[in-house]
Design a protein around this ligand. Structure first.
Ligand code: FES
Ligand code: FES
Length: 220
């Protein structure tokens, strides 16, 4: 009978208790026991970085660790990125950056690149090009030549900085021409705050108009 150990991993905020063989690599446990196949396996020997995840906030190559060694730890995988607060209702700025700056071709290295990028920006929100290159130096890409990956991470750093400025300004959004738009204040104008599910919901009917009236919709 195969010897197994019970371990507990908190992955993307959810606690999982699983039985694994002592020699089971963490990356295999993530992919096969937890079904999180966004984390890739490129080499299984610590060379390519495709298996990078965050363990207690630090980037690690999950093929270089037994699952039992991660017992009790908190892991973040690429699946969590679009659920993080900085992602808003869309993709995380890092994911957006890879899309906008063409930071991927086959995409095999991308989950690992994104997790290394996240670890960097968590620690250093305004990295230089050299610091970005250093942070992804353990991640190999056979397609892109790295230039666009660096740009993708720079894009994310700028987006995150803009989000922070907007949050500090109480949500004021600055347009490309420098003009600013304040967020609607529905409490001040007598409306209730809610989300009706319509894209770009106005946040609720104000005292002087009906829901949808400023979205081009028709009210009855
Ligand atoms: S699969 Fe882990 S470093 Fe390549
Ligand atoms: S995009 Fe193909 S390996 Fe990086």
């Amino acid at each position: 009978m195969t010897d197994t150990r019970e371990i507990t991993l908190t992955v993307n905020g959810t606690e999982h208790t699983i039985d694994v063989e002592p020699r089971r690599l963490l990356v295999h446990a993530i992919r096969e026991e937890l079904d999180l196949i966004g984390t890739h396996i490129g080499c299984d020997t610590g060379n390519c970085g495709a298996c990078t995840v965050l363990k207690d906030g630090e980037p690690i190559k999950s093929c270089l660790m037994f699952a039992t060694q991660a017992d009790g730890s908190e892991l973040t995988t690429v699946e969590k990125m679009e659920d993080l607060p900085e992602a808003g209702d869309d993709l995380h700025p890092l994911q957006e950056g890879f899309r906008e700056e063409h930071g991927l071709q086959c995409g095999y290295c991308t989950p690992g690149m994104i997790m290394s990028g996240k670890a960097l920006l968590d620690e250093n929100p305004d990295p230089s090009e050299e610091e970005i290159r250093e942070a992804i130096s353990g991640n190999l890409c056979r397609c892109t030549g790295y230039q666009n990956i660096v740009r993708s991470i720079e894009y994310a750093a700028e987006e995150l900085a803009d989000e922070e400025v907007a949050a500090a300004d109480g949500g004021v959004i600055t347009g490309a021409d420098g003009s600013t738009v304040a967020p609607p204040d529905h409490e001040a104008d007598g409306g209730a705050k809610f989300d009706c599910g319509v894209e770009n919901c106005c946040g609720g009917p104000a005292a002087d108009r009906e829901c949808g009236s400023d979205l081009g919709g028709e009210s009855e």
